[in-house]
Write a protein that binds this ligand. Structure first.
Ligand SMILES: C[S@@+](CC[C@H](N)C(=O)[O-])C[C@H]1O[C@@H](n2cnc3c(N)ncnc32)[C@H](O)[C@@H]1O
Length: 296
């Protein structure tokens, strides 16, 4: 019998071990990591303090809070949803029910955008960045954090997501350089932009019921559904971006597995120049695809 993780006679360390065993027995993918994060949140200690206070006993309140978290994780709610927060690009992001949990793979889009940005110089004005379908603001705010002279705008059709992104900008001290606009893709934006980035919904509709439960039941459908073949968003936003880019500016988008080549074709059809190979994520999937608007 797996011991209850959340008995208040547990120390922090034994609660962590017991919860990890319980999650493992239930087939949760990363039981050790999840147990550490949930215990840390329940006792409100960071990793270092958890180690130095490993032998301290849980209070009854902490034990009850931890049991609540445990039940939710055992029902396959992702840790980021339980905690309402997730780190992206080393920065803290709050989440809401309308925002996708930002994924480590999406950091590939930020990396490629920075590589491209560092190759060109914007003279006579502030560099301008647009993030289409900004969600929590993850990509835009990571870029503004890295490019202190830039101004950026994020769009979304979800007002709740835009409020979350705005709150994240404030927490990160970026409100003065970030604006958030409700519109479909880039419809309300006026150029020129030096970088346009997007991680749009790209899952083919029929694939959504086959995604794992953590994603299909906890990420917003609007953030996932890319239409019949997964390319609906790209077909709209790539031509919009081609209009809005400054000469020499770049569009960088996230691609789902196996989508990079078709996205490059759409970029070429919008008169953008695909002048560098797509960038792979840590799993080897071509994840970030870019194209430039060539000067006339
Ligand atoms: C895959 S999520 C990406 C969120 C965030 N950029 C990230 O990488 O974590 C796609 C986002 O596009 C938004 N979205 C869906 N349809 C849209 C549309 N027609 N116009 C603008 N945004 C849209 C969703 O609300 C969601 O926030």
């Amino acid at each position: 019998m797996v011991p209850l993780a959340t008995d208040s006679r547990h120390s922090i360390e034994s609660a962590r071990r017991a919860l990890a065993a319980r999650l493992q027995a239930a087939g949760i993918e990363e039981p050790g990591l999840d147990a550490r994060l949930l215990v840390g949140a329940a006792v409100e200690l960071d990793l270092t303090a958890m180690v130095t206070q490993a032998a301290r006993r849980l209070t009854p309140d902490e034990a009850a809070r931890l049991e609540g978290y445990a039940q939710r994780r055992l029902a396959h709610e992702p840790v980021a949803r339980i905690l309402g927060a997730r780190e992206f690009w080393g920065l803290p992001f709050r989440l809401s029910e309308a925002t996708l949990v930002p994924r480590p793979d999406t950091e590939t889009v930020v990396e490629l955008a920075l590589e491209i940005f560092r190759e060109f110089r914007v003279s006579g004005r502030r560099p301008r960045i647009a993030d289409i379908g900004t969600g929590s603001g993850a990509i835009l705010l990571a870029l503004l954090h890295e490019i202190p002279e830039a101004f950026g705008v994020g769009t979304d059709v979800s007002l709740t997501a835009l409020n979350t992104a705005r709150d994240n900008a404030a927490t990160l001290g970026l409100s003065g350089r970030a604006a958030f606009v409700a519109c479909s893709y880039a419809a309300a934006l006026q150029g020129p932009f030096d970088l346009i980035v997007s991680n749009p919904p790209y899952i083919p509709s029929a694939e959504i019921p086959k995604l794992n439960i953590e994603v299909r039941e906890h990420d917003p459908h609007l953030a996932l559904d890319g239409g019949n073949d997964g390319y609906d968003a790209y077909r709209i936003l790539i031509p919009q971006a081609a209009e809005l880019l400054a000469a020499g500016g770049a569009l960088i988008v996230e691609a789902g597995q196996g989508q990079a080549r078709n996205i490059e074709t759409l970029m070429g059809a919008a008169a953008l120049s695909v002048d560098r190979p797509a960038k792979a994520d840590l799993g080897g999937i071509l994840r970030a695809v870019s194209a430039r608007k060539m000067p006339p």
